[in-house]
Design a protein around this ligand. Structure first.
Ligand code: F0G
Length: 463
């Protein structure tokens, strides 16, 4: 067998297929697959500190990339085949102002700003890996369903490299303007479906199969290989120490699945001695994972999560015609495709799933903006969730917590402006209908006549 292959995630099945397969389902049981490595035949590092040598090699695009400088931990492609656009130059920031809001001691909260990627979200970490695989298998077209960030990322990779045509499926009226603008500007074929993300996700899988188009949603295990590196950069930012908690918003559950795989491999390779706990935060209007994990007790169960619990839950959603609905449009998802992998991640690392309201999300977002570089609504769910877990006493005040800020502040200016607006009508239209009652931390613009004295007076009063 090859040193790199794809393998069914169910240990009782564990069927394998070649690295160049693009169906992304188990050939025997139709379950999900991982990218698997025979580490004895590869050269993983002996210590995480070995990666520090890459810092002096930034002239090499592979060492400059925040993904590929860890290439020995995702060695599925020959280095000369790797496709990078300089992704992963992101920052782990200590954020004491936000720590106070969350209820943590100073120095205990860190924010991982993945919005600093070329397309403005964490997706570029995964896209560089999926794109590399797509090139390996000779794909000419790549498709995804998206709430806006995957599509923006795919569009940028296509426009920068000129190697593939992007085909994007979005729910109509479901993505923020910042993200739609990216898909259009970068020349992607943008298909707006009369439906939501869950509908688009089903359709893109059918279309990709029918037309042989390469699929880059996180059902693609190569995407998750790239997203593992978010955790490597967190460790790098903490001088290779493992934090107590990683808190991440949950949508399609690709990130938590990738983070779990990253830590499982690091532990198996003897590169870390302990694992962090993982907290996944749903929006209350799109809370399938919270329901299944915390309320219905669904567990990994050695690779066989109880299927009737899942199908019963989805049937209930259908019967009551419940659709996902949240201001955090990036995570407005009710049928997360990576559910089994997410259960596995929580089984191995331990952790919790919580839901937060749109009010919680927007207040947390304002705090992130006031205390750092800012983020889009979905990303702030992580901070709102950390605060909730802190209030419950699940996270202790002295524990070290890293919240992943998945997307850039400018992705969704509509929500931000409505929150800070003095105009009640704008507030109601964008936020009121979602149950947001207050802009607790609003920073309102000051209205002044076009008159020097009045302007000076206003500045003296307000500053
Ligand atoms: N945060 C942001 C900003 C996102 O765009 C997404 C997912 C998530 C969190 C959730 O991550 O799926 O790994 O749990 N956005 C996808 C998209 C669905 O189409 O852009 P997840």
């Amino acid at each position: 067998m090859d040193a790199v292959y794809q393998r069914c995630i169910n240990p009782a099945c564990a069927a394998t297929c070649a690295v160049d397969q693009t169906t992304f389902v188990c050939p025997r049981c139709q379950g999900m697959v991982d990218v698997a490595y025979d580490w004895d035949r590869l050269s993983p590092p002996r210590s995480l500190r070995d990666f520090e040598a890459k810092w002096a090699d930034r002239g090499n695009p592979l060492s400059f990339s925040g993904v590929w400088r860890f290439r020995e931990l995702l060695p599925f492609a020959p280095p000369d085949q790797v496709l990078t656009i300089g992704e992963g130059q992101t920052i782990l920031q200590r954020a004491d102002g936000v720590a106070g809001y969350v209820g943590l001691e100073p120095g205990r909260l860190y924010l991982q700003y993945e919005g600093m990627n070329p397309s403005g979200s964490f997706k570029d970490n995964g896209m560089t890996a999926a794109f590399t695989h797509a090139r390996l298998v000779g794909a000419r077209r790549a498709a995804c369903a998206s709430t806006g960030n995957t599509s923006a990322s795919l569009a940028v990779f296509c426009s920068v490299t000129g190697l593939m045509r992007a085909v994007i499926f979005i729910g109509s009226g479901k993505i923020s303007y910042g993200k739609l603008a990216q898909a259009l500007d970068h020349g992607a074929l943008t298909v707006q479906i009369a439906g939501d993300f869950d509908d688009a996700m089903q359709r893109v899988q059918q279309v990709a199969r029918r037309l042989g188009i390469y699929l880059v949603n996180s059902i693609n295990p190569f995407r998750l290989e790239g997203q593992k590196t978010i955790m490597y950069r967190v460790l790098e930012g903490l001088r290779w120490e493992v934090p107590d908690w990683i808190v991440v918003p949950g949508g399609n559950l690709g990130n938590v699945s990738a983070f779990g795989k990253a830590f499982m491999e690091l532990a198996d390779l003897g590169l870390v001695r302990q694992l962090p706990r993982l907290a996944v935060i749903n929006a209350a209007g799109a809370n399938t994972f919270y329901h299944l994990y915390e309320q219905l007790g669904l567990r990994w169960n050695q690779g066989r999560p109880e299927a009737t619990v899942i199908t019963g839950y989805y049937k209930g959603l259908d019967d009551e015609q419940i659709r996902a609905a949240t201001i955090a449009s990036a995570i407005e998802i009710n049928r997360p495709v990576n559910l089994p992998k997410a259960l596995r991640a929580l089984e191995r690392c331990g952790g919790a799933v919580r839901e937060v309201t749109d009010q919680d999300i927007l207040d947390a977002k304002a705090k992130v903006g006031a205390g750092g570089f800012g983020c889009e609504p979905a990303s702030a769910a992580s901070v709102a969730g950390a605060r909730k877990l802190r209030q419950e006493g699940v996270i202790a005040a002295g524990e070290r917590v890293v919240c992943i800020l998945t997307g850039h502040q400018l992705k969704d200016p509509t929500a931000t402006v409505a929150y800070h607006s003095t105009d009640q009508k704008t507030f109601e239209e964008v936020l009121g209908r979602r149950g947001v009652r207050r802009a607790t931390f609003a920073n309102r613009a000051v209205q002044v006549p076009n008159d020097l004295d009045e302007i000076i007076k206003a500045i003296e009063v307000y500053s």
